[in-house]
Design a protein around this ligand. Structure first.
Ligand SMILES: Nc1ncnc2c1ncn2[C@@H]1O[C@H](COP(=O)(O)OP(=O)(O)OP(=O)(O)O)[C@@H](O)[C@H]1O
Length: 258
């Protein structure tokens, strides 16, 4: 169970969980072409927590969408666990995403007329889990995320922070090796932001591989590797020092314990 078991630390598994080579994606909008991703090489090992940070319009979300197969590159290649995805079309991506990639977004993207319980169980059922198993997974995650007791609520009855926890439960219910998070705290207040970042850190400490997109350098400091993205390219790629002075709670970085 890569997501919720195992110890902290980066695995020495031979194939990276994710590898991208020369990814390029241009959007064609009203105002002409936007060269959102202009040739990205990237490798993410099992157990890494990578933050992609950079200014608005740098191309971070486009990159994340490419990594999750939500958009296709104009050129370049992507491997998941050593398997090349170049020939995958939308239907195949949908199936593979269910098993391999959990995604959380800024605005949660929960199904508004389904209960919390159904939102979390749905991906498990679609992936072939029995109703009993889906329920058990849901119960475990909701308890772990501190929202047990909200099963019957509709998403609109929850706070933003609670909705993002439900989205996290939904993303992790199938134990995907990779979690992609696109500005997961972008619509939350400071308390909700701390909650979500604390939960991401906790899952990471248990072995979950995470790629987090954020324009907030403070949030990026919770990761152990920070990629600075600028004008569609990786401008810098740095492992963060794991000494206490650089970890969350130290001055200048996000304080998760408040
Ligand atoms: N669907 C689209 N159609 C046209 N242009 C797009 C589309 N999506 C993104 N773009 C453009 O591509 C560029 C990169 O956008 P992207 O959303 O990937 O950046 P970002 O770094 O995530 O920005 P933000 O932090 O503001 O979300 C921008 O110039 C944006 O306007």
């Amino acid at each position: 169970m890569p997501g919720r078991a195992g110890g902290a630390g980066v695995s020495d598994s031979p194939a990276p969980v994710l590898r991208a080579e020369k990814l390029i994606r241009t959007h064609y909008g009203e105002s002409g072409p936007a060269h959102a991703v202009r040739g990205v090489d990237l490798s993410v090992r099992h157990g890494e927590f990578v933050a992609v940070t950079g200014p608005s319009g740098a191309g971070k979300s486009t990159l994340l969408h490419l990594l999750g197969g939500l958009q296709q590159p104009d050129s370049g290649s992507l491997w998941l666990d050593g398997e090349c995805t170049d020939t995958w079309r939308e239907a195949r991506w949908a199936v593979e995403r269910r098993k391999r990639i959990g995604i959380v977004f800024q605005f949660f993207n929960l199904v508004s007329n389904l209960s919390v319980a159904d939102n979390v169980e749905l991906p498990a059922l679609l992936a072939g889990a029995s109703p009993k198993r889906a329920r058990a997974e849901r119960d475990e995650l909701l308890a772990e995320l501190g929202i047990a007791g909200k099963e019957r609520s509709l998403p609109g009855e929850l706070s933003g922070g609670e909705q993002q926890r439900v989205a996290l439960a939904r993303a992790l219910v199938n134990h995907p090796p990779l979690l992609l998070a696109d500005e997961p705290a972008g619509s939350l207040d400071s308390k909700g932001t701390r909650e979500v970042m604390r939960l991401l850190s906790r899952f990471h400490q248990r072995g979950q591989t995470i790629v987090l997109v954020t324009h907030d350098a403070r949030l990026a400091s919770a990761a152990d590797r920070v990629i600075s993205f600028f004008d569609g390219r990786i401008a810098d790629d740095a492992e963060l020092d794991s000494t206490p002075s650089r970890r969350p709670g130290a001055s200048g970085v996000l304080k998760l314990s408040d």
